[in-house]
Design a protein around this ligand. Structure first.
Ligand code: EPZ
Length: 436
């Protein structure tokens, strides 16, 4: 099993190009089921979650061609979903258990083919993560759903979903995406209220509109979708990954240095940049050749100030950057109170940070971090993607050698994290094989 070995204590300096957003790419791939295609998606990050989602579509009968970018960090995929109804339209447990976003094929399959068999994802390291909001809303559109032997067995009597006026009980990124895709081919005008407003949903709306969907309310909590009979082919480039961008901003803030991010949408990381600004970092936005850039500066020896954080749906502070921001707070002077309101078990990085020397306490959904603490390298491992990124950040700060084990979590969502960090002067390298 691969691991990352980091010699910490160095500041970071240079440029990093942000890749395409994993969490925008996953629903966009699922949307490929809605038309014969080809739906050609560029800027897909070359990470294992994307490979899994493409495999799910191939398993359903889609033809997928993949073209890697010259640096191997991204790929373009052309998806053709033709005559899938001849198959059993099944997303199997083996794939779904490794990636929950597979549930996003349910809405498109029901909308286009009136039937689907999708494994329930099962447990997750960061929280219970049920899919009741997806299923309840699809039932309101006329789908008949049963859970049988761990699978969501769904069919639509008459073949076409019916429009509805629906208010989600809770803000959910995935449920918003699933129902949005389902409504594009439904009979009538669907209104979805209390939708998530994450930029990834805006990207999905953009793609669906290019395919011919009629959607109003992009970037708002109310989406109005007029169902059409068919959707067509299109080409689309995935938005830059705000969580990857945020991870590198946290790395520079924690380790110190002067880093410029290329291909970033500053608005998408505003909650983080405002926090880092209040902590004492200098953030500058400017226009580069490749679009907007973000520069973060924190001189070596410059003290950070501790600040409190509460995660909440966009545009508030994202749960997907909570762990990375915690690593920053270990280096800030004072007490930081971090409240996680989205997932009930998303502090697993805390104990590993403690092993590196952080001073913190967990009380339910709240973490209290007292800084600044000197960190000392050791072997750590994490149980999820963002927690792993946090341990890399802590390893960049720590004196001596930090080994981050189980980096298959990182490989699910970060393309070339080690090479990108090497590019800004970090001493980090991947070691293949060995013990866990
Ligand atoms: C998406 O997950 C992201 N994944 C997650 O990214 C992210 O942490 C999360 O949104 C919140 O921003 C993808 O986009 C692929 P939710 P999702 O439905 O859609 C509860 C990462 O590190 N809920 O918005 O699964 C749920 O338990 C990850 O890249 C229900 O109760 O999240 C949670 O408490 C991990 N019933 C809250 O809603 C449901 O049916 C928000 O979850 C659905 C959700």
């Amino acid at each position: 099993m691969d691991r990352l070995v980091i010699e910490g204590g160095l500041g970071l300096s240079g440029r990093i190009r942000v890749g395409g957003a994993k969490n925008a790419a996953l629903p966009c791939i699922a949307a490929g089921l809605l038309s014969d295609g080809p739906v050609t998606l560029s800027g897909l990050p070359a990470v294992s979650d994307i490979r899994t989602m493409l495999k799910v579509l191939e398993g359903l009968g889609c033809a997928v061609t993949r073209t890697p970018s010259p640096d191997g960090l991204e790929l373009t995929a052309a998806i053709r979903a033709v005559e899938l109804e001849k198959g059993e339209l099944r997303a199997p447990y083996d794939l779904v258990k490794t990636m929950r976003a597979s549930i996003l094929v349910l809405g498109p399959l029901l909308a286009r083919y009136g039937k689907a068999s999708v494994s329930l994802p099962g447990g997750c390291a960061i929280g219970a993560r049920p899919v009741n909001l997806h299923l309840e809303a699809l039932q309101r559109m006329g789908a008949e759903i049963q859970i049988d032997k761990g699978y969501v067995e769904a069919r639509v009597p008459g073949g076409r979903l019916k429009a509805m006026d629906h208010t989600f009980d809770k803000v959910s990124v995935g449920a918003t995406e699933n129902l949005l895709m389902a409504a594009t081919l439904a009979d009538g005008v669907t209104t979805l209220r209390n939708c998530a407003m994450e930029p990834e949903i805006g990207d999905l709306v953009d793609l669906l509109q290019k395919m011919g969907a009629k959607i109003e309310g992009i970037h708002t909590a109310t989406l109005v979708i007029t169902g059409v009979a068919t959707l067509g082919p299109c080409e689309h480039t995935i938005i830059p990954d705000r969580i990857e961008a945020g991870t590198y901003l946290c790395a520079a803030a924690a380790a110190g240095g002067d880093v410029v991010l290329d291909r970033v949408v500053p608005e998408h990381v505003r909650a983080l940049t405002e926090l880092l600004d209040r902590c004492g970092c200098t953030l500058t936005e400017r226009m580069g050749q490749d679009g907007p850039q973000l520069r973060i500066q924190r001189e070596k020896g410059q003290k950070l100030r501790a600040r409190d954080i509460t995660t909440a749906p966009y545009p508030a502070f994202p749960t997907d950057l909570q762990a990375q921001a915690m690593a920053v707070m270990t280096q800030a002077n004072g007490i930081s109170v971090i409240k996680e309101t989205i997932f009930e078990n998303r502090f697993q990085h805390a104990m590993e940070l403690e092993r590196l020397g952080a001073n913190l306490r967990i009380d339910g959904g709240t973490a209290i971090v007292a800084g600044a603490s000197p960190l000392m390298g050791c072997t750590v491992m994490a149980t999820d993607l963002r927690a792993s990124a946090t341990l890399v950040i802590a390893g960049l700060v720590a004196e001596g050698t930090t080994t981050v084990d189980r980096i298959y979590h990182l490989d699910r969502g970060y393309a070339g994290l080690d090479t990108k960090l090497q590019g800004v002067g970090a001493r980090i390298h991947r070691v293949s094989g060995g013990t866990v």
